[in-house]
Design a protein around this ligand. Structure first.
Ligand SMILES: [Zn+2]
Length: 69
């Protein structure tokens, strides 16, 4: 099975305005954010590093970050 490739979406982060990719959107969805937010802002909110956020999501939701991010 091929790993998901990251896709850039036509959505911007509700906090910093950065363009979101498919991974950011998945993160927002998994954490039940009403408005999409990029993983950096999510990590900031939880006061952790984005890499730590990815690890946690992998543990909690079995989510794998997309290739290329
Ligand atoms: Zn952001």
């Amino acid at each position: 099975m091929m790993a998901d490739r990251v896709k850039w979406l036509d959505i911007n982060c509700n906090v910093c305005g950065q363009r979101l990719n498919s991974w950011d959107a998945r993160v927002s969805k998994a954490l039940a954010y009403k408005t999409p937010v990029c993983e950096k802002c999510v990590a900031k909110e939880y006061d952790i590093e984005p890499s730590e956020l990815r690890d946690r999501l992998e543990d909690f939701f079995g989510m794998r970050p997309c290739v290329g991010i």
